[in-house]
Design a protein around this ligand. Structure first.
Ligand code: S3P
Length: 450
């Protein structure tokens, strides 16, 4: 299994240059959020779950290793199919060693939800990026079930969790719009008697709810008085193994998609991309900016809507992206900012506070990176403003700070700048998009070693 801690590898300095148009059809790797959930819920179901299209990125491999250490049996077949022999809700075994979730906030937070209501003790850690990220946002609600935690300041990893032997169900109002926190609470609710409820003011990605239903658990979603949603899961469900087809990750598709928009003359088709409405904020925003993106062959696979996206290059116009849209495109701001840098006029992106606690402080990383490439940017509180231009200057070397999306976003920018853009390390890209550089180059991009 791959080493889940990118900090232990040597850096891969990489450069992207302007070249000819991009053309062709590609299939991006499986959805990261859905892949984590398929492994976790498969582990909590009885029987053998077969998964096709699982993302074989480092984040997901780290989750698979952790679940194996907890007693599930996850294996990769020769055909790229994965099987999970589940052990059922309530049956996780105490792991003999640290659980290392590498770079993955989703892996760590959702797993803590599962552990919180199992009467075992586990020690959880991650790479330098994950150890900086706030875990208090899950430690706080999970403590209400009766779980006990010992952590570093601010709930940071490494931490120890002793799950509740007699968990108490909770009703929890999310203080931040976070699918990870919602999912951690719902997963804790599975091994808890009675009903566990999460109330979210702004809808966040709903893959956990969809997949729980797919495995036979009872989950209801109702509108909350005064706005938002109330999601309730019933404890002790009988979850049975069910096949999963993982759609292409819209957050990964975003990189070749924006590349095709900003490199003149390009036409690219992205096959089998998930278009769950809780994930399509970027597509809405780019269309408002004038992007030519067609949904072809719309269908449903394994409870998730999917389409082929045909993208044609064209002139983009600046736009005002409202704060309410942020949860539906939270991982896409680095690449939207790159599109904005190549658009005509000003783009304003509001409500970006959560970007400060991602794999890096993405608000700072985007602003510093664009500024060093000669793009006029301003950060005012949680609002980012980008002044677009035809062919930004480029020419900088970007510090990626163990952040896969910062790495990919600035390589895409380098395809449309006057001077090439380099990044100090492309290694973190394998977190979510193994094969990214080769796939981009097959489309006609010029990305290579420094
Ligand atoms: C994810 C939720 C989002 C997103 C992350 C994946 C998930 O995080 O940024 O990449 O799979 O639930 P938050 O819930 O912290 O916003």
């Amino acid at each position: 299994m791959a080493d889940p801690a990118p900090s232990r590898r040597s850096a891969l300095p990489t450069v992207a240059r302007r070249g000819g148009p991009l053309a062709g059809a590609i299939r991006v790797p499986g959805d990261k959020s859905i892949s984590h959930r398929a492994l976790m819920l498969g582990a909590l179901a009885i029987g053998r779950t077969e998964i096709s299209g699982l993302l074989e990125g480092e984040d997901v491999l780290a989750t698979a290793a952790a679940l194996n250490a907890l007693g599930a049996s996850i294996t990769r077949g020769g055909d790229g199919q994965w099987t999970v022999d589940g052990i059922g809700v309530g049956a996780l075994a105490e792991p003999a060693d640290l659980l290392d979730l590498g770079n993955s906030g989703t892996g760590a937070r959702l797993l803590l939800g599962m552990l919180a209501t199992h009467p075992i003790t586990a020690f959880v850690t991650g790479d330098a990026s994950l150890r900086r990220r706030p875990m208090g946002r899950v430690v706080e609600p999970l403590g209400r079930f009766g779980a006990r935690f010992v952590s570093r300041e601010g709930g940071r990893l490494p931490l120890a969790v002793s799950g509740a032997a007699d968990p108490i169900p909770i009703v929890y109002r999310l203080p931040v719009p976070s699918a990870q926190v919602k999912s951690a609470v719902l997963l804790a609710g599975l091994n808890t008697p009675g009903a566990t409820t999460v109330i979210e003011r702004q809808p966040t990605r709903d893959h956990t709810e969809r997949m729980l239903r797919h495995f036979g658990a009872a989950v209801s979603t109702e509108p909350e008085a005064g706005g938002g949603l109330r999601v309730t899961v019933e404890g002790f469900p009988e979850m049975t193994a069910a096949p999963i087809i993982v759609p292409g990750d819209p957050s990964s598709a975003a990189f070749p998609l924006v590349a095709a928009l900003i490199v003149p003359g390009s036409e690219v088709t992205l096959e089998g991309v998930g278009i769950n409405p809780t994930r399509t904020g970027l597509l809405d925003s780019l269309r408002e900016m004038g992007a030519d993106i067609a949904f072809l062959n719309e269908r449903e696979e394994g409870g998730e809507p999917v389409a082929d996206l045909r993208v044609r290059a064209g002139t983009l116009e600046g736009a005002d992206i409202p704060a309410e849209r942020a949860p539906r495109m939270i991982d896409e701001y680095p690449i939207l900012a790159v599109a904005a840098a190549c658009a005509r006029g000003r783009t304003v992106m509001r409500g970006l506070a959560e970007l400060r606690v991602k794999e890096s402080d993405r608000l700072a990383a985007i602003a510093a990176g664009l500024d060093s490439c000669g793009v006029r940017v301003a950060v005012d509180g949680d609002t980012l403003t980008v002044e677009g231009s035809n062919w930004p200057e480029g020419g900088a070397s970007i510090e990626t700070q163990l952040d896969h999306r910062i790495a990919m976003a600035f390589l895409v920018l380098g395809l449309a700048t006057r001077v090439p853009v380099s990044i100090d390390d492309a290694a973190p890209i394998t977190t979510s998009f193994p094969g990214f550089i080769a796939m981009m180059n097959r489309l006609g991009a010029a990305i290579g070693e420094e």
